[in-house]
Design a binder for this molecule. Sequence first.
Ligand code: F0G
Length: 467
Amino acid sequence: MNATTDRPARRHRSWAEPWKVKVVEPIRMTTRAERERALLEAGFNTFLLRSEDVYIDLLTDSGTSAMSDSQWAGMMLGDEAYAGSRNFYHLEDAVRRYYGYRHVVPTHQGRGAENILSKVLIKPGDTVPGNMYFTTTRAHQELAGANFVDVIVREAHDPASDLPFKGNVDLAALEALIERVGASRIPYLCLAATVNMAGGQPVSMANIRAVHELARRYGIRVMLDATRAVENAYFIQQREAGFAGRSVAEILREFCSYSDGCTMSGKKDSLVNIGGWLAVNDAALYEEASNLVVLYEGLHTYGGMAGRDMEAMARGIEESVQDDHIRARIGQVEYLGEKLLEAGVPIVRPIGGHAVYLDAKAFYPHLDQEQFPAQALAAYLYEASGVRAMERGIVSAGRDRATGRNHHPALELVRLTIPRRVYTQAHMDVTAEAVIETYEQRASARGLRLVYEPKYLRFFQARFARD
Ligand code: F0G
C-alpha cells in the first residue's frame, strides 16, 4: 500500500492532480509571422524571447511553479524584520525536518548557495568531482579556482540507454580520480539528484550510500545539489528494490543523510518563485558560510529573500514531499514523454523527472554539432507552435577554460521542462503535436552560427543567425 493513500501502489488506475484550479492566467497564441519576427529579434535564443510572445512556456521548471492557497496565505504572514524573521525559523525548521541538515543559510536562489559553498571550500587548483556538470554550479567552482571532473556512469551520456539510475556515480572512476589527484585536493564531491544535464535522471539509494562510504574513507565531503532531490526520492520509491512501501518524505531524509550538506534552488522542488539555501551539518563550516552570506546575499536570517518568500518556501517544502503531489507531477512529465515515444520522436530515456529531453543529434543527423542542432531545434519548435523550450547541448556546455575550444558534450538536447501545477494535459497534447510536426519537417532544418557570445554562461544571452 502507498503511504499516503489507501490504494494499492501497483494496480493501474488513471491518476489526477491532487488539487483544483482557483486562479487562472490568460495566455496568448501568436501568428507564425509574429513568432518569426520575435525569434529574429531574440537572435534565435529562446532566453531572449519576451514571455508575452510565448504560448506554452516550457523553458524551465525554475521559479515557474503555481503556489498553493496555503503558500499565498503565508505570503501575508511575512515578518519583514531585517533580523530574526519568524519566517526564517519556519524555513529552518522545514529544512531540518524534511532534509535533515543541522544548519541552514538562506540565499536568494541556488547559485547564491553555490557561490558561498565554492568560496568557503575550494582552493585554487583543487578538483571537484561530480555526476555531470550543471552550468551555474560548475561556473562557481571554476571561478573559485577548481577543475570540475565528471564521474557519472557512462550510460548517462547515451540517450537511448534505459538504465533506471542514470544519475549514478561511477565508483571506480571516482576512486581512480581520488588516487590520481589526492584526497587533499578534493574539497568535496558535488552530487546532483536528479541530474538535470543528463535528462533529469536519478541517483539510487545504493549509489549514494556507496559514494558516502568511499568519500568517508578518504575524508572527502559529499555535498548534494538537492534542487530536485524530492523527484529523485520518488524515482527511488518507484524503481529501487525495498522502497515501494516507503514514503517520499522518508526516502528523502535517508538520501540526504548520506551527504554532509547541500545547495538548494527552492525554485524547483520547493514550489516557489524565488529562493534557495545552503545547508551543512558541520558547525565550523556553517560559521564561515553564515559570515560570507552577509557579503553576497544578506543577513544570515534572510539571505536575499523577503520574509514572505521564506514563508512560502517553508510551506512549499512540506507540500513538495507529499506522495500524491509528486506522483502527479512526474506523471505529467511521463504523459508527455510517452506521447512522443509513441510517435517515434527521439527523446532521452528513461523519461526524466522534470522534463522531456529531445535528442537533437538524432533529430537532425545532417547538422554538425558546431551548427548548434539543439539551439536550432528549440527555435524551429517555437516558430512552428509558440512552445518555448531550452537548449542543453554545446551552447550550454561552453568552452574549455584552458584551450578556449567548445566543449562537445555527448548529449545535444532540447529540454521541454514542465512547470509544477501550471499546465493541463491538454497543454501537453498541444506540445506533443507541435514536436511531432517539427520532427516531420526535420529534413529541411538548417543550423545556426554564433554572432554574439557573452563571457559567462553564454547560453543565457548568446545571439545566433540561421545558416
Ligand atoms: N542546480 C541545478 C541542478 C539546477 O537545475 C539549477 C537551476 C541550479 C542548481 C541553480 O539554481 O537557478 O536557483 O540559481 N536550474 C535552472 C534550470 C536555471 O532551468 O534548470 P538557481
